[in-house]
Design a protein around this ligand. Structure first.
Ligand SMILES: C[S@@+](CC[C@H](N)C(=O)[O-])C[C@H]1O[C@@H](n2cnc3c(N)ncnc32)[C@H](O)[C@@H]1O
Length: 284
């Protein structure tokens, strides 16, 4: 099954207003410019600006187009973050075109956790340090965040984390085998709050169906958001998704579990007076 959300994409849907780690407010002109960082060689042939080709398992290109859940932005890419790619990408970076051989990469067999859109990576670092019996794959399109996390991982000599600097839709399709994952964590995905933008939200029926193919039966999907209306959408999508069973209470939500610390975007949301909603589902 293809994991690409193959919605038709019109030119005016590319590079619209968005939301992302380090993002300027949507009204800022800078927020509408596209990413200028050079692509890492491992990322070609998929364009670093979120170009339109995606990659199938085995590396053959296809040309499905999907509405992207992110807009890459200009932002500060510090010398330290740049250096992280030079010094640490060989250790932590993964190629989205190559099927992931987790036992070879991690040198052991352990439960495999995928965190999607880790931003600055503080949660991923924290989890890897506290759940040392698990191996972690992080996926993030925002290059400065990847650099920042690699520096932190190297500083703490953390070895149970590997990273993709890429769109997760392509990673799922190109690198992750069916049933390979034990957990997926998606914390504070871009809310795309305007009505005309909600089609960009990551949590959509097609996407959670794709995740279901990659998560082993008994595995889990943990979502969190600080947007009430996105929480309701997540609940509706998951309630109607086959292959997932809610582990939430009567209202569908759970209390914040011990394995999730406060992320950067959660802190920001709370400062704005937002609530926080966690959803936990089991693959059945
Ligand atoms: C609102 S931020 C949240 C970051 C972090 N989880 C937190 O809570 O602080 C959402 C992140 O998801 C990333 N993202 C959005 N769509 C993505 C995709 N399709 N593949 C990989 N990363 C994506 C964005 O670049 C952004 O850093």
């Amino acid at each position: 099954m293809s994991v690409t959300n193959s919605f038709p994409l019109s030119p005016d849907q590319v590079g619209g207003e968005g939301w992302g780690e380090g993002a300027a407010p949507p009204s800022s002109p800078a927020s509408r410019k596209s990413e200028v960082y050079p692509p890492h060689p491992a990322l070609s042939p998929i364009a670093s600006d979120g170009g339109e080709a995606s990659v199938t398992r085995g590396g053959t290109e296809n040309h499905h187009r999907h509405i992207r859940s992110f807009v890459l932005r200009q932002g500060r890419f510090t010398p330290a973050q740049q250096r992280a790619f030079e010094l640490h990408w060989a250790r932590y970076g993964l190629d989205p075109r190559a099927p992931l051989d987790a036992p070879r990469v991690f040198g052991r067999r352990a439960p495999l956790v995928l965190e999607i859109g880790f931003g600055n990576g503080e949660q991923l670092l924290w989890a890897a340090q506290h759940e040392t019996d698990k191996d972690f794959i992080g996926v993030e399109v925002h290059r400065p965040g990847v650099g920042r996390l690699m520096n932190a991982l190297a500083e703490h000599n953390v070895d149970n984390v590997r990273l993709y600097n890429h769109d997760v839709v392509d990673v799922l399709e190109g690198a992750i085998a069916p049933g390979m994952l034990d957990e997926v964590r998606i914390y504070f995905p871009d809310p795309w709050p305007k009505k005309r933008q909600t089609k960009r939200r990551l949590i959509q029926p097609e996407f959670v169906a794709a995740l279901a193919t990659r998560v082993a039966v008994g595995g889990r999907l943990h979502l969190a958001t600080d947007w009430a209306d996105y929480a309701a959408q997540m609940r509706e999508v998951m309630d109607n998704a086959s292959g997932w069973r809610s582990l939430g209470g009567a209202d569908g939500f759970i209390a914040q579990p011990a394995w999730r610390t406060q992320t950067h975007f959660e802190k920001r949301g709370r400062k704005l007076g937002h609530g926080v909603w966690d959803l936990l589902h089991e693959r059945c």
